[in-house]
Design a protein around this ligand. Structure first.
Ligand code: ZN
Length: 189
């Protein structure tokens, strides 16, 4: 099971109270379904300034605190085309104005979660290999060839920038089941 954005990674072991408090605080700063920002299309980033780098630093910290492996700007209510993701075990990078320039290999179906749709895992079919190009937070060109979980995460985050969620990518049955979990919560809040 791929735990994209990873919010359930450590549920087997109780977190220490401080980490759990940090996780909850981070999740409270991440827009939750059905927040309107999650359905919006983000605009290209034009200014590579200190504000952008502060946003990237904040998103990396939120992602870590929430125990995620990716976080898109739309998830913090910023409609700009950038996301951060766990590229390798100890390498979190920002990708600004990303474009998936090639995808291939086979497709695979795996369960995905989302930091903006807590408590829901749905199967999503995606290509297993992608090449993504864009810029880093300083405006330099970057290009990554990714496979496996990293390839899946990048496609998930890139979707966020177009207002596309895992609920839009999954099977009709899984979508129905997920909405049944989510709807009572919406009524109560
Ligand atoms: Zn997500």
């Amino acid at each position: 099971m791929a735990e994209i954005e990873g919010q359930i990674v450590e549920e087997q072991e109780p977190l220490d109270p401080q980490r759990e408090a940090r996780r909850r605080l981070a999740l409270a700063q991440i827009r939750q379904y059905p927040d309107a920002a999650l359905k919006m299309k983000a605009r290209p980033v034009e200014q590579f300034d200190d504000d952008l780098r502060r946003l990237v630093a904040r998103m990396k910290q939120l992602m870590l605190d929430a125990h995620g492996v990716g976080l898109a700007a739309t998830q913090v209510g910023v409609l700009q085309r950038l996301f951060v993701f766990q590229k390798d075990e100890d390498d979190i990078v920002a990708l600004v104005n990303p474009e998936i320039v090639a995808s291939g290999g086979e497709t695979a179906i795996d369960d995905e979660g989302c930091l903006s749709i807590q408590g829901v895992l749905v199967p999503v079919e995606r290509p297993t290999v992608v090449t993504v190009a864009g810029q880093d937070e300083h405006g330099g060109g970057v290009r990554y060839e990714l496979e496996g979980t990293a390839a899946r995460v990048v496609q998930h985050e890139n979707d966020h920038l177009d207002g596309v969620l895992i609920l839009d990518r999954t099977t009709p049955e899984a979508r129905r089941e997920a909405l049944a979990v989510l709807r009572p919560r919406i009524v109560l809040t």
